[in-house]
Design a binder for this molecule. Sequence first.
Ligand code: SF4
Length: 304
Amino acid sequence: MPFHILETESKSILSPVSGFILEAGFTHSLTPARNCTFGCTYCYVPTMRFQGGLKKEDWTHWGQFTTVKRNAPELLAKALRPDQVIYCSPLTDPYQPAEAEAELMPGILEAVAAKPPAVFTIQTRGPLILRDLDLIRKVAARTSLRVGFSITTDRDDVRKVFEPHCAPIDERWRTVQLLCGAGIDVSVTLAPILPCNPEILVSRALATTKGPIVADPFHVRAVKRNGATTREPAHGICRHHGWERWLDPDYHQEVLQDMKQIANSAGREFGWGPAGFGFLARPGANAGTSRKHAESDIVGAVFP
Ligand code: SF4
């Protein structure tokens, strides 16, 4: 999909968190760009509209462009503190396709390495992260750095339908393997869980990584009355392919419990909701963080 890259000078780069992210143990979020050129059909960021810090053209043209915060490294150098537990990013993928050209993350990682917070978590699905492996290792040597790497299904035909601009599933597993091989602390995030064989998916996560496994089903209105929710195109895809049960909260619970049992039997942690997401924030939760300056209440929107 063709996309445009726009640039802006942001006023701030670290946002005190609230809701789900705070509950999980993070103190701040770092969003390097507005809009995400992966453009996933289920992404719930555009459903947050202004609450997600978006402008109207972002949610009406989701994935078609992104606006990078060009001064992010300079802002970060001033804003970093040793007690922060930072999640990057709840509102875009830091290694979205546009990042190959924008090259914002190297400056961000240099800033983090120079003034390390307590925890720095990168949430992505982009193999492009390997471009910055040396910098990531540099940060990991100075603080608690984690990568949450999203793998959503074991079926590439499903991936092509829901997230055609994301890398093939095998390439994502290879990326996880390379990160782990480089000594990086990686948690696979099965988020959102797309139609799949749950046993195969969780078993591969167990075989490939050592860390806890985090999962997140589709966010449907039946269980999520307010805030971010799964985008309509994903509902249409489920209806078209006869995959409606993957939108059913009761079925979600069945799948999650089955996966948890397999993981726990292997002696591994498996979680969802704030408890699961909290695996990515350990250690260093800062319960004293003020909520009053929160940029937006990103309840439930952690794996966009
Ligand atoms: S789900 Fe994540 S990767 Fe996909 S469009 Fe949304 S922010 Fe980007």
